[in-house]
Unconditional design. Sequence first.
Length: 188
Amino acid sequence: MKILLDFLPILLFFGAYKLYGIYVGTAVLMAATVVQMGVTYALERKLQTLQKATLALVLVFGTLTLVLQDERFIKWKPTVLYAAMAIALAVTVWAFKKNFLKMVLGSQLELPDAVWMRLNWAWVSYCLFMSVINGYVAYAFSTDAWVDFKLWGYVFPLAFIVGQGLYVSRYLKSDSEVVEVQSKERGR
């Protein structure tokens, strides 16, 4: 259900764009993202930082697109989002000596620090790649091609997440290992 909720705004945008054009598609994307975040908040009682940033950027760039009747704004929103994510992840490590991924996911995954660091740099690289490729498609191709890229380009995040899951799975402890560690800790 969560994956459907995550992809629903882009699917609705794609459908509205194909039927009515970029401006209706943008309005539908804005409304669907607000609904998506509302449902997410109702289910989880919070929004993650990335969800808040996504909502803000969709609303700001969507509003600029509609008010100025200039499709470039909505086309460049993913480039700005991915670049901001890459910069935030890199600055957090370089300037603050913190690993943002570990801070956010460390309570859910127990991984060695070196693995967290490799994951962080993988995310920086992935976000830079997505920022550059979206910027290239938005600049060099038609709006039709960009919209098709937005839909079919979801292969990139899916491949990245699957690859990341396969990488992380090597470092996860099995249930029996967790029980063994807990038993040893109680015996101390």
